[in-house]
Design a protein around this ligand. Structure first.
Ligand code: ASP
Length: 345
C-alpha cells in the first residue's frame, strides 16, 4: 500500500520541478538557446541589390551569377547538413562570394574615389549575441573571416584599418597587396563614376554586389554575416552599414537573422537589421511583415534604396528590396534551392 509519505514526497518533488521549470524557462529563453538538435536547417544569401535589369544583363552574366550563388548556397548548406554551426555556414557561403570577381566583396570590391579598395564585414551569433566586424581593411582577402576572429579572439566588436590588419597578421593571416582586388569591371565603373562626378550629374553613389548570408543550424541557432567593398567612389575612410551591428547585420535566436545591402548611410540611420528583429520581438510581427515594413515603408519613405535577407528560427525566409533587382537565393527546410535575380521573378 502506498504510504502517505510516498504521496507527500511525490507532491513535494512535483512542486520543486514546477518551481524549477518556472525559473529555468525564462533563463533559457534569454540565452536564446534552442538545443533540440533536430531543428530545420536553412540558409539564405544575397549578392547585393541595385540597378539589376534583365535587359542590361547578358545571358552569360546571368548564368555566371546564378551558378556562383548556387555554389555559395551549397557551401553553406553542406556545413549545416553535417551538423555544423550556422556561423560556419555563413562564413563558408560568404567566402565563396568574396573569392569571386562577380560580387562587390573581397576580390571584386569596388574602388574608392582615391582608387583604393577598402572593405567592411561583420558576423553575428544569434545564440549569444556575440559579434565581430572589420572596417576599411585594404589587404584582407576574406574580411568575413577576420570579422569572425574579431568576435572570437578579441574583447571588441569592431576593428578598423591598420589596427585590424595588424590583428590579422598576429592571427597568422597573410596580407594581400591592393593589386589583388583589381578587376577591370570595377575600375571602369570607378572611372565612369569620376567622370559623372566631374559632370556633376551623379546624384547617388552606387553600391551593388555586396554579399551576405543568414543560416539556421540543427541546434536552432541563427547567424548572419555581411561583406562589402562599400559604395563605388565612396570617400576613403567611409564606413558603411555592413560592419555596423544592428544596421547591416543582426542575429538573435529569439527573432531572426538579417543581412542588408543598399545605401549604407540609410541602413545606419534606420538601424535596419535590428529594427526588423525588434518589431518581431516587441510587436509580434512575422519575419516577412517586419522585413517588409522596414524596407518597403521606412527605408523607402526616407529615400533610401536596398534590401535585406532575413531568416527566422523556423527557417522562414523574407527578402524584400525596393531596387530593380537583388541577387539572392535560399535552401529552405525542405532542401530545395531557389535562386532569383530580378524583381519580376
Ligand atoms: N551597403 C553597402 C554599403 O553601403 C553597399 C551595398 O550594399 O551595395 O557599404
Amino acid at each position: 500500500m502506498a504510504s502517505r509519505k510516498f504521496w507527500h514526497d511525490l507532491l513535494f518533488i512535483g512542486l520543486i520541478l514546477l518551481v524549477l521549470g518556472w525559473e529555468v524557462s525564462p533563463l533559457q529563453a534569454q540565452s536564446g538557446k534552442a538545443s533540440s538538435g533536430d531543428s530545420p536547417i536553412a540558409i539564405v544569401i544575397h549578392g547585393g541589390a541595385g540597378t539589376i535589369r534583365r535587359e542590361s544583363m547578358t545571358a552569360a552574366m546571368d548564368s555566371a551569377y546564378r551558378a556562383k550563388l548556387a555554389e555559395a548556397l551549397q557551401a553553406g548548406y553542406a556545413v549545416l547538413k553535417k551538423g555544423g554551426s550556422s556561423l560556419d555556414a555563413v562564413e563558408a557561403a560568404i567566402m565563396v562570394m568574396e573569392d569571386s570577381p562577380l560580387f562587390n566583396a573581397g576580390k571584386g570590391a569596388v574602388f574608392t574615389r582615391a582608387g583604393t579598395n577598402e572593405m567592411d564585414a561583420s558576423i553575428m551569433d544569434g545564440k549569444t549575441l556575440n559579434a565581430g566586424a572589420v572596417g576599411g581593411v585594404m589587404h584582407i582577402k576574406n574580411p568575413i573571416h577576420l570579422a569572425r576572429l574579431v568576435m572570437e579572439k578579441t574583447p571588441h566588436v569592431l576593428l578598423v584599418g591598420e589596427g585590424a590588419e595588424r590583428f590579422a597578421l598576429a592571427q597568422g593571416i597573410a596580407l594581400v597587396p591592393q593589386a589583388y582586388f583589381y578587376t577591370k569591371r570595377r575600375w571602369q565603373s570607378h572611372l565612369r563614376g569620376l567622370e559623372r562626378e566631374r559632370a556633376r550629374r551623379q546624384k547617388q553613389q552606387k553600391g551593388g554586389g555586396t554579399v551576405g548570408a543568414v543560416a539556421l543550424d540543427r541546434q536552432g541557432n541563427l547567424a548572419a554575416g555581411t561583406s562589402t567593398g562599400g559604395l563605388t567612389n565612396k570617400m576613403s575612410g567611409r564606413i558603411g552599414d555592413s560592419p555596423i551591428i544592428g544596421a547591416g547585420t543582426y542575429a538573435n535566436n529569439r527573432t531572426c537573422g538579417v543581412s542588408g545591402t543598399g545605401q549604407g548611410e540609410y541602413f545606419i540611420r534606420l538601424a535596419i537589421a535590428h529594427s526588423i528583429s525588434e518589431l518581431m520581438e516587441c510587436q509580434g510581427l512575422s519575419v516577412k511583415e517586419a522585413a517588409e515594413l522596414v524596407i518597403m515603408k521606412k527605408l523607402t519613405e526616407l529615400g533610401g534604396s536596398g534590401g535585406v535577407i532575413a531568416l527566422d528560427a523556423h527557417g522562414r525566409v523574407a527578402w524584400p528590396f525596393n531596387t530593380e533587382g537583388m541577387y539572392r537565393g535560399y535552401i529552405g527546410p525542405d532542401g530545395k534551392m531557389v535562386i532569383k535575380i530580378y524583381k519580376d521573378e
